[in-house]
Design a protein around this ligand. Structure first.
Ligand SMILES: O=C(O)CCC(=O)C(=O)O
Length: 205
């Protein structure tokens, strides 16, 4: 399992200012914003989410078989109370920073628990809903063991990699969900768990 760092302690502090995010413009109107260490001292948050979130396993049909989804999931719809006050702070900070550009608040939180490097998510865009037709944003807070997020243009092209560490933020914006795809690949080197918290606006899944 993920080992909380000894230096980290249980001291909680809120998100660092989002003015420090760095944007990378991708092709076709997509972009990603990244802020390493957005949530400092994220060990306690990680442990609380690990133990308090009602993680559930899902199974999905793949062609003629039903297979295990290789990660555990939890979903907090817009009226649901988030599982941790740090996530309320994170969402409030995102809402404030992106208010003008996004034009609406983030509403839902999807959580994934990758138990180790065998868990993953395959190439996809968040195109259930408005992400298929409209520019939008998906903001991801990553805590626990570092994992790589890959992005590639839909229909072909070189992939780019963003390594997401403990407490890091990545925001996929513009046309990213419909013109690019993203994935968390399996990795034999990854031994510990990671939790991803995805904040999305209404109607984006
Ligand atoms: O784990 C992540 O950060 C990405 C999750 C994701 O792409 C999804 O659940 O749609």
């Amino acid at each position: 399992m993920f080992q909380a760092s000894l230096l980290d302690g249980t001291d909680e502090s809120g998100p660092r200012p989002l003015s420090a995010v760095r944007r990378t413009e991708l092709e076709r109107g997509a972009w990603v914003d990244v802020l390493p260490g957005w949530i400092p001292n994220a060990d306690a948050l990680f442990e609380r989410l690990l133990t308090s979130v009602p993680w559930r396993a899902e199974r999905r049909r793949m062609y003629d078989k039903v297979v295990d989804v290789p990660r555990l999931l939890a979903f907090y719809d817009e009226d649901a109370e988030l599982p941790d006050p740090v996530l309320d702070e994170a969402k409030a900070a995102l809402d404030e920073h992106y208010a003008e550009e996004l034009g609406e608040p983030f509403r839902t939180a999807g959580l994934c628990l990758y138990r180790d490097g065998r868990d993953s998510v395959a190439w996809h865009g968040d195109t259930i809903g408005r992400g298929a037709t409209h520019d939008t944003m998906v903001a991801i807070l990553s805590v626990g063991t570092p994992r790589s997020l890959l992005l590639r243009p839909r229909g072909g092209g070189a992939a780019i990699r963003r390594d997401l560490g403990h407490g890091d933020l990545i925001v996929m914006g513009g046309s990213c969900q419909r013109t690019w795809e993203h994935a968390i690949p399996k990795s034999a080197r990854v031994k510990g768990p990671r939790i991803s918290v995805q904040f999305r606006p209404r109607g984006v899944r």
